[in-house]
Design a protein around this ligand. Structure first.
Ligand code: COA
Length: 153
């Protein structure tokens, strides 16, 4: 029997649930962030003016996953693009379609709001995530260069 997954905007009352998932996401990436960064991320997510937004996946009203995106202007088009920065589903709720539903939801938003594209990065060896992503489109072959910026001493 399929489990009904619902996608909706995140709400201030979701803070505790989001924090648990966020910590799980950071653990998945073996990353530890200062609490001030997590607090700022939450503040951005719930600020309706900020171009960062989060959609959550729920089952029986429990928040079990999220997508966090940034809408940004482009140089090659009038309409904006949407960068999917974070996607996560609770470990105990994987494989039942929540990840796919979160991406489908963004595609529907993009069609409604006329984004030119929805895009994201993943590790080449993230086989589970890529198995899901390959249902949507093949990876486009771009290679990322990333330079850490340090302040002058
Ligand atoms: C990637 C991720 C968001 C996918 O979420 P999900 O809700 O499991 O996704 P879905 O259920 O929609 O689809 C997952 C795919 O894996 C399969 N799968 C089956 N059982 C699974 C299980 N126990 N765990 C994970 N995937 C499973 C699904 O069947 C599906 O593949 P298929 O359509 O070819 O059958 C989730 O695995 C996750 O949070 N991973 C850790 C964080 C991460 O990698 N995020 C992405 C960073 S770019």
């Amino acid at each position: 029997m399929s489990v009904p997954v619902t996608i909706r905007d995140i709400r201030p009352a979701d803070h505790a649930a989001w924090l648990t998932l966020w910590q799980g996401y950071l653990t998945f990436y073996k990353v530890s962030l200062p609490d001030s960064v997590t607090a700022m991320t939450w503040a951005r997510i719930i600020d309706p003016v900020c171009p960062v937004f989060t959609r959550v996946a729920t089952i029986d009203d429990a928040v079990i996953g999220f997508s966090t995106c940034i809408i940004h202007p482009r140089t090659w088009a009038v309409e904006p693009a949407c960068y999917l920065e974070d996607l996560y589903v609770d470990e105990t709720r994987r494989g039942i379609g929540a990840g796919r539903a979160l991406i489908d939801d963004l595609l529907a938003m993009g069609r409604r709001d006329r984004w030119t594209c929805l895009y994201w990065h993943t590790n080449a060896d993230n086989a589970t995530a890529r198995r899901l992503y390959d249902h949507f489109a093949p990876a486009d072959g771009f290679v990322r260069y990333r330079l850490a910026i340090t302040a002058p001493q």
